[in-house]
Design a binder for this molecule. Structure first.
Ligand SMILES: Nc1nc2c(ncn2[C@@H]2O[C@H](COP(=O)(O)OP(=O)(O)OP(=O)(O)O)[C@@H](O)[C@H]2O)c(=O)[nH]1
Ligand SMILES: [K+]
Ligand SMILES: [Mg+2]
Length: 434
């Protein structure tokens, strides 16, 4: 990682050609760079339209809208400039080449603007994670959840909880000091417990919502399972709107698990097609069946498809039951959806059922916690808090220690401590220019 003495620049908008291309600069030489290209510096936070020139040759590179945001009141906390160019490949290439030739300037690494914002305290780790999720968001639910996280929803709760912890710790420490003087300060401990109890409950409630948050972020996994030839692959193709899976009248056609991404009721869904479940002497098919069962058992939802209406195995008992090939006649058992992918009968009913289930699993207000890292740190805080609420038989030092450990775990959620290894892994997932 280079030092912050460098001024970094990058194309922050999408790949050219595009209508407009935004090149962003951050660092101490950002203002000098703008002066070199534009002739002077626009007033802070006001756009100026003008010719950008190659300072070495005087040639006009483009006419552009230029903005300057002096630090520390900027996104990175440093001097930041934005050049809004015409989004042609050659325009962008020429401006990036000229910027690279200026003293103190170099191309930014992936996520480096955000990394600087984090280092300068503009964002905490949870907000950075929210920003990464926001850039990656593909569904409405993901966008809402990521925006809440990026806007500090979790960070503010952590700050509230931490304030409560500090208050409880002060009471416990006061009780320790008093007891040195021979007094037994039971009411101080009771007061601390009155703070710790609701705090522990609050953290536990946020944790209990984490599964939902992680499901929204990662998407729901919906597995299609059932006996061979039930029409599983045909349904997958129908829902995906393309011929993703091979369909044939031969039972045992599908062997590997096939994955298709789609959006259902505003939720990201990973739809799985699996091998038909049956006893087989074919080793390859056996492996397919083993994988089918494993993925179906791990899925958030299972669609159990059967032409004959045979019930799912016990492990998949909670599945949505679908009697397929309804166009061939025969009744629909109670609690089953009758479906024909050939006539379209039952497709709407199946989608409605899926949407209701998806809403139950991942719908509602954005969850506070949506990443495993956040959940693990918060679970550690919850563990210390629930111990801190207990009885220490007068050894209040032990209660104080649990409170300190809880505070440290909360600090880890927002990246105030133990952050380095997390950061490297996180920023490689960012794009260049972010
Ligand atoms: N009549 C009728 N035939 C269907 C329907 N859906 C699928 N089929 C046919 O049933 C046969 C098997 O369909 P697939 O989609 O390959 O079934 P599968 O469950 O994926 O089969 P395996 O992968 O072998 O387990 C094909 O010939 C399909 O055309 C339906 O709604 N009605
Ligand atoms: K088949
Ligand atoms: Mg199949």
């Amino acid at each position: 990682m280079a030092t912050f003495e460098d001024t970094i620049f990058a194309l922050s908008s999408g790949r050219p050609p595009s209508g407009v291309a935004v090149v962003r600069l951050s660092g101490p030489a950002a203002g000098d760079a703008v002066r070199a290209l534009l002739g002077d510096l626009p007033p802070p936070r006001f756009a100026r339209y003008g010719a950008l020139r190659d300072p070495a040759r005087g040639e006009v590179l483009d006419r552009a809208l230029v903005l300057f945001f002096p630090g520390p009141a900027s996104t990175t906390g440093e001097d930041v400039a934005e050049l809004h160019l015409h989004g042609g490949r050659a325009v962008v290439a020429a401006v990036l080449r000229v910027l690279g030739a200026l003293p103190g300037l170099r191309p930014a690494e992936a996520g480096e603007f955000t990394r600087r914002a984090f280092a300068r305290g503009k964002m905490d780790l949870a907000e950075v994670e929210g920003l990464a999720d926001l850039v990656a968001a593909e569904t409405e639910a993901q966008r809402r959840q990521a925006l809440a996280l990026a806007s500090g929803a979790l960070s503010r709760r952590i700050a509230d909880w931490r304030a409560g912890l500090v208050q409880a710790l002060a009471l416990v420490e006061a009780s320790i000091d008093f007891s040195d003087e021979g007094d037994v300060p039971d009411d101080l401990v009771a007061e601390a417990q009155a703070v710790i109890g609701p705090l522990a409950a609050d953290v536990a409630a946020a944790l209990s919502d984490a599964d939902r948050g992680e499901r929204v972020r990662a998407g729901l996994t919906v597995a299609i399972a059932g006996p061979p030839n039930a029409g599983k692959s045909t349904l997958l193709n129908r829902l995906a709107g393309r011929e993703a899976a091979i369909v044939s009248p031969v039972p045992g056609t599908t062997r590997d698990v096939l994955e298709v991404h789609l959006e259902l009721a505003g939720q990201a869904v990973l739809l799985l097609d699996t091998a038909g479940l049956r006893e087989s002497v074919d080793m390859v098919e056996q492996e397919g069946v083993r994988r089918a069962l494993a993925r179906a058992e791990a899925a958030d939802l299972v669609l159990w498809l059967s032409e004959a209406g045979e019930p799912p195995p016990a492990a998949l008992a909670r599945a949505i039951r679908v009697r397929t090939k309804a166009d061939l006649g025969g009744g629909v058992p109670d609690g089953w959806i009758g479906l024909s992918t050939h006539t379209g009968e039952g497709v709407e009913a199946l989608l409605a059922c899926l949407e209701t289930e998806a809403e139950g699993l991942a719908g509602g207000e954005p969850a506070l916690v949506s990443r495993e890292r956040q959940r693990l740190a918060l679970a550690e805080a919850a563990g210390h808090l629930s111990r801190a609420a207990g009885d220490f038989g007068g050894q209040e030092e032990l209660r104080a220690e649990e409170l300190r450990l809880a505070a440290r775990a909360l600090d880890r959620v927002i990246g105030r401590v133990d952050v380095e290894d997390v950061l490297d892994a996180l920023f490689v997932t960012f794009c260049i220019g972010k």
